[in-house]
Design a binder for this molecule. Sequence first.
Ligand code: ATP
Length: 253
Amino acid sequence: MNDEIILNVQDLNLWYGENHALHQVTLPIKNKKVTSLIGPSGCGKSTLIRCFNRMNDLVLGCHVSGNVIFHGQNIYDDGADPVDLRKKIGMVFQKPNPFPKSIYENIAYGPRIHGMKNKREIDETVENCLRKAALWNEVKDRIHESAMGLSGGQQQRLCIARTLAVNPEIILMDEPCSALDPIATSKIEDLIEELKKEYCVIIVTHSMSQASRVSDYTAFMYLGDLIEFGDTRQIFENPHKELTENYITGRFG
Ligand SMILES: Nc1ncnc2c1ncn2[C@@H]1O[C@H](COP(=O)(O)OP(=O)(O)OP(=O)(O)O)[C@@H](O)[C@H]1O
């Protein structure tokens, strides 16, 4: 079902100590669609995307209230397992961060720690993930060489392949192209288009043109509030809120 809500964010608040960084955010995220989070610097985009796989748990003094419902369970419930959650909801960061190991080992690592032992199965997973990340043809003759020898754009696609290797359902991308040149950026954007056939993708971007190119839905945030959420076309062509219109027309940013 393409209209299935895979992640239901309800009345989500987040504090960094005394700083109330997210206010009552309510947002339905649909499966097999791309959702962009946009807004000026400091509005809470990264904070929000990090809530979706509990990355903020690692920040001292951070406190969350509200619900993020995934498969009928609040991911913040006491019984929820953040390690298992991060397997199902993977994350790709702004700066490509491959391990200083071979291309092969970067991808084999996750499946191995989750119990995959059979070499043939691991080989197949590595190839499959590199193909899905549109990297196989470029690296197939050197998969046992260091990942650090890849270009920035290739490293970012490797990080995406690494995320895919543990069979996620949702891929979070926090400004995945901000360190890349326009050609590498366009390859990642093409890849996002492919990935959404199988996965839910949520992306933080500073680029409104990128949001309008890649996403089905867009959420505009301002000072920790979710101001407007809707179909990307509606947000960019017919925003309902004045703040959204002022932002997308470049009146502030
Ligand atoms: N680890 C942290 N500890 C304390 N405060 C934080 C932390 N991360 C973010 N903040 C604060 O939370 C608010 C939202 O920041 P966040 O990084 O989520 O915004 P953003 O929209 O992603 O910004 P940018 O576009 O500049 O990356 C800001 O006031 C920021 O200072």
